[in-house]
Design a protein around this ligand. Structure first.
Ligand code: CDP
Length: 806
């Protein structure tokens, strides 16, 4: 019989724990159309709301007449700023310490700003009502170019801030200025530039774009007048934070607010903040006593509900003739739109942009950021990026290529020369971070060997010669990018939202039969948490992942968590899960010792249970321990087997990666072909390699979109000209290149399972790889830097400007 006992490998495989390519359990419902999204929710008597929005980017609102709208069959109410003032909700606080109009109060500051909220018995009636609301506007001068926002005669955008010489982040220099943020040693950096053999300076723009999740932002609010309770179902990446915000601004006791995030169809940072739709639906429900649904359409989502990037980075590097970097100086002009609603931890007005020294050992650096107001939508969300990290990575990775060009050095060699060396970790960067771990040279060399980098450069040289001879009209670009990410916000010492430390949490309850439920403070928007969180628990406590149900998103049942964005789930919630599981295992060990009649110290862990040291046949499986926890615990011990952990990480985690893009561009048409894209990621311990690969594919596709065409663009009058998928580049399988993925593993030394986040790495590293490929292609024609996005037209225009069109 003993021959039939499962082997250690079989026992390990049966758990489907960490390292296993476990199939996504969520997909059973998603692939059958059985997901449960906000718009699937239909409550008895439910009403629908829709917004009247401003056609102007800047205008005074002279009057709003709702008479005709209220005569539309089915329309029950039209809510304006005047209505909201009666409940003190005409303005709401933002996560960045500013205030934002919920509905236009006297003026509008960006196109499609919310002006009035029409409530009706169905969505069609609400839309008809919207068309009948008459708003009289007086147009005002518009600021779209951030470089003009602080001109002496620039129009005053935020009249509500008149006379306020300081904001949430210190002094304001101008009526359209929000904050100045500086980091680093200015004197030392200036001295490095004075002594430098070589310097470069370039204004590198990262254009405005948008996360555009498949499912737009939406909610259903239901106020129970009898109980005085408000239930909100919504597309929230951070449901507990929403509950606290609602409690603070609506002055409702927090226990009377129930926030539920059901399945979410992509977030990418778009669903972190609070939007006027949520406030208006809640007020409408309180006023009417009925549940109210608000679902925005695609154009509303793209034009009004947040944005990402819009950073204009004047970047300088000082270096020696041999290519050793000696100083970095960056000034950022950050366009925050009409209200500062950036979703960053409280103390970080420019997020973690001070990771801008990247993977390089800069002895000194200085950074200053000026945030300004303009007539654009507010937001500044972390679109698959931890708080401005993607802007920082783009900035330094373009700048390193520009330096390589000036030094006539190979860009990969320049990087290898300047990388932080393995023995320098934990590494203290010139701008204040402590990088936990890394092995950059190994990753870079693996990438170069796999793609046969030297051969590619040889091919490029031949192709350039052929171009010069007139034998081809195609130019070849090789885009190298090496990024260091900073994810896992974050340690309570420097990260909070509204004063709440950015810990995360997990509660595990094991049932008598050896199954259990884990409730977690994070909230998946498609990242597969139900699959991977169970894998962590499976390895930690030896119960098959299939026997662990994972639940997130219900503030009544999940422990308080700060939610999912900025790839913080694995570094923070993932750690809380491991720690909660270890508490379970510790209690299980006491129960096993009692049942096996040995001292706890005589037991050792063995895959799926405990065994007595030196007596391998004397074992107790975790499954049996679960049963014992409910009927025969040691005297004096409470029955049951559950644990909670709130995890405050000691540091962020620092994933990294080496990417390369090989691209051909036809100079006569600007048409490009991505011939090869290779992405090597190091996210420490890998929980589920298949999910990681999916995350990388998705992030690279977004990076491809952003670098090669995706943009929220305005005309001079402040009209959004890329406000629908007709104009906003959304790559399909047809345009998307083939991705090659690879990895190295450098575990985080402080994370309980050594894991780092991965979800946003491909967006962070991908954008510079694409942009460097385009810029590398044109560099031999005398170009230094071409701004993104690199669509066909702009490539053609670049060729034209370089005088190579026939
Ligand atoms: O916060 P978010 O879930 O967006 O990002 P993440 O922590 O990078 O995790 C994204 C997905 O990748 C999750 O399902 C993780 O469990 C998985 N992952 C993994 O399997 N191994 C890692 N080292 C990091 C993430």
């Amino acid at each position: 019989m003993n021959d039939m006992a499962p082997t250690r490998e079989q026992r390990t495989a049966a758990l489907e724990g960490m390292g296993c390519k476990r199939k996504r359990v969520e997909d059973i419902r998603f692939t059958q159309g059985k997901g449960s999204y906000v718009d699937d929710l239909k409550l008895p008597g439910m009403l629908h709301g829709d917004f009247v929005r401003s056609p102007h980017a800047h205008a005074r609102v002279k009057s709003i007449n709702s008479d005709a709208a209220l005569k539309v069959p089915g329309v029950l109410a039209v809510i304006t700023a005047e209505t909201l003032k009666t409940v003190n909700l005409a303005w709401m606080p933002t996560l960045a310490g500013d205030v934002q109009m919920v509905l236009a109060d006297g003026k509008v500051l960006f196109q499609n700003q919310e002006v009035a909220f029409v409530v009706a018995t169905d969505r069609y009636a609400a839309d008809d009502g919207v068309a009948k609301v008459v708003v009289e506007y007086e147009p005002l001068p518009v600021i779209i170019d951030p470089f003009k926002a602080m001109d002496k005669d620039a129009p005053v955008l935020r009249e509500d801030l008149a006379g306020k010489t300081s904001g949430a982040h210190g002094p304001r220099k101008h009526h359209n200025h929000i904050f100045e943020w500086t980091v680093g040693d200015k004197d030392l950096t200036d001295a490095a530039f004075r002594k430098a053999d070589v310097t470069i300076k370039e204004m590198i723009s990262y254009h405005r774009t948008h996360p555009s999740p498949l499912e737009t932002c939406q909610c259903v609010c239901s106020f129970d007048k009898i109980k005085g309770e408000l239930t909100i179902w919504g597309t929230f990446q951070a449901p507990h934070v929403i509950r606290t915000v609602v409690s603070l601004i609506a002055k409702l006791p927090e226990q009377k607010i129930h926030v539920i995030s059901p399945d979410i169809g992509g977030g990418f940072g778009n669903k972190v903040g609070a939007y006027p739709g949520y406030i208006c639906a809640a007020v409408a429900s309180i006023v009417t006593g009925k549940p109210v649904k608000w679902v925005e359409d695609r154009i509303e989502n793209l034009t009004a509900t947040s944005f990402a990037r819009d950073y204009h980075m004047t970047t300088e590097i000082a270096a020696t003739n041999e290519g050793r970097v000696t100083g970095l100086r960056v000034h950022v002009l950050a366009d925050h739109g009409a209200f500062d609603a950036c979703a960053d931890p409280s103390k970080w007005p420019a997020g973690f942009f001070n990771i801008v020294t990247g993977s390089y050992d800069f002895p000194t650096a200085h950074l200053s950021v000026d945030g300004i107001y303009s007539n654009k939508a507010p937001g500044g969300v972390a679109y698959r990026c931890s708080f401005r990290v993607t802007e920082a990575a783009y900035c330094i990775e373009r700048a390193m290529d520009i330096l390589a060009q000036k030094l006539k050095m190979d860009p990969a060699e320049l990087r290898l020369k300047n990388f932080v060396r393995p023995e320098q970790f934990p590494y203290h960067s010139a701008l204040g971070w402590e990088y936990d771990s890394g092995n950059y040279h190994t990753a870079m060399r693996k990438m170069m060997e796999t793609v046969k980098y030297a051969e590619l450069r040889k091919e490029q040289a031949d192709k350039r010669a052929a171009f010069r001879r007139g034998d081809t009209r195609e130019i070849m670009g090789i885009g190298v990018s090496f990024f260091t990410e900073i994810v896992g916000a974050g340690p309570s010492k420097n990260c909070d939202i509204l004063g709440i430390a950015m810990f995360d949490s997990c509660e595990i309850r094991m049932h008598p039969t050896g199954a259990g439920i884990a409730r977690v403070g994070s909230k998946s928007q498609g990242q597969g948490h139900e699959t991977t969180w169970a894998q962590i628990i499976a390895t930690e406590i030896g119960i098959p992942a299939d026997n662990i149900m994972v639940e997130e998103g219900n503030t009544d049942t999940a422990p308080y968590g700060l939610g999912t964005y900025g790839s913080r789930s694995t570094p923070v919630a993932g750690a809380a899960i491991a720690m909660a599981a270890r508490k379970i295992r510790a209690k299980a060990q006491m129960i096993a010792a009692y049942k096996l009649e040995v001292h706890e110290d005589d037991l050792e862990w063995d895959i799926d249970g405990f065994r007595v040291k030196g007596l391998p046949e004397k074992t107790m499986s975790m499954k049996d321990i679960c049963w014992a926890a409910y009927n025969s615990v040691p005297p004096g011990m409470e029955p049951g087997l559950e644990a909670v952990s709130y995890y405050d990480p000691p540091n962020m985690t620092y994933p990294f990666g080496a990417y390369i893009c090989v691209m051909d561009i036809d100079v006569d048409t600007g048409v490009y072909k991505v011939r090869r894209f290779y992405a090597l990621d190091d996210c420490g311990t890998r929980i589920n390699p298949m999910i990681i690969e999916g995350q990388v594919h998705g992030g690279l596709t977004e990076a491809f979109a952003i670098a090669m065409g995706q943009e929220i663009r305005y005309d001079e009058g402040g009209n959004v000209v890329t406000g629908s998928f007709m104009d906003f580049f959304m790559p399909t399988a047809v345009e998307t290149p083939h991705w090659e993925t690879d990895f190295t593993v450098t575990p985080s030394p402080h994370h309980p399972i050594g894991a780092k986040g991965v979800g946003e790495s491909p967006n962070v590293g991908g954008v510079p790889a694409f942009s460097n490929a385009v810029n590398d292609a044109f560099s031999f024609l005398g170009s230094t830097h071409i701004q993104m996005p690199h669509d066909y037209w702009r490539n053609w225009k670049a060729a034209k400007n370089l005088g190579v069109l026939t």
